[in-house]
Design a protein around this ligand. Sequence first.
Ligand code: GAP
Length: 452
Amino acid sequence: MSKEAQQRMEKIVSLCKRRGFIFQSSEIYGGLNGFWDYGPMGVELKRNLKDFWWRRVVHEREDMVGMDGAIIMNRAVWKASGHEETFSDPMVDCKTCKARHRADQLPKKDGVPYCPACGGRDLTEPRAFNLMLKSYAGPLESDENLVYLRPETAQAMFVQFKNILETSRKKLPFGIAQIGKAFRNEINPRNYTFRSREFEQMEIEYFCRAEDGLALTDYWLEERLKFYEDIGIPRSKIKIHDIPDGERAFYSKKTYDLEYEFPFGVSELEGVAYRTDYDLSAHIKHSGKPLEYFDDEKKEKFVPHVVEPSAGVDRTALALICEAFDEEEVTDEKGNKEVRTILRFHPRMAPVKCGIFPLLKNKPVLVEKAKAIAASLRPHMMVFYDEAGAIGRRYRRQDEIGTPFCVTIDFDTIGENGPEKADTVTLRHRDSMEQERIPISELRARLEAAIF
Ligand code: GAP
């Protein structure tokens, strides 16, 4: 990573902590590597992202339904899917300092890999390290009670395929969507939240006839690019990596990785994979249960194929923050230059939609009016009431968390400067810093149009 990129990343991490987006998990006990907590702003950002994904892929479509599966499933699921046998990364130990690393991510000097912890070159041969986190369901820590925390949400959608097909009465092509936690015992969690041991996925399994699989993979690639555009990540910032033959999973006929240019490098946000009939066939074989689809019109029974767009909530949230982060030099009312830090979130992703300020906190009539406006908006959107400090400071605080709009209630609002200005407020726009006067009666509609 270049020095500039490193500095940018450090500023982002510091802002995220300072303004309540992301904290180290168990921080007061020294943290836990690979685990993160989202604070008041981070949780709103993630919620906006998940809600919008759900709206786009479930509510706005006739051919999709949702589900919410258990994190812990019968171990047989992971035997059938191949995870128990093969879900691993290559690991090496440093014989000098005993640190463990992913073999495929070791830095190299003159073409020779070395330990990033101590610089030693005396490394063990790579061996497979299974990434699934284990636990026990039941009072005995026995092999029979061994369970895994799911490493992906996808398998529940295959295992429940028949139940969902029968209860939803969908016809092919149709899909199932799920959002939920996944766990991987990553050897080296790194790049902030990018590679964590606990994270959330937003996954779709879109079932279809074999002959439609390839075209639907391209269709979903396009849908997903549109989605990123609609949350404020332009197409130009996403690199599409068409995984070549030989590098894809053996059962996949096509896989696109959607990669974003993070400060620490271009890295995967989402995969769109055509997985053929591999998963359903594996579960048919291992469970002995029929998971085939019967086409009423053609009187045909077959195992559907599947296209899987699989995205990470945490990675997308991090991409949103990286994309939104900006600094610009501005001149304040007194002519002093200062750096304005802004998160230029798309309004539909912004954690707080509108800051609401009385011009002065010691004028009860202004405070009362501002509080009344905040209360009237609260059922419809996340607002933040703030009466502390100069207005300029209050704007800056909202800029730092990416609030797209701020409203100031002043003496015009309460009619002190004539009836024509009464019941109007100043609406300030985050990006341009422009201000306009609008009637209170129009405020909600204006804000809702921007954040929907
Ligand atoms: N069902 C397919 C599947 O799980 P994947 O490429 O392993 O595919 C899908 O994961 C997405 O989940 C990734 O593109 C990424 O956004 C997210 N993801 C995977 N591992 C992650 C980790 N360790 N930390 C954060 N996000 C992760």
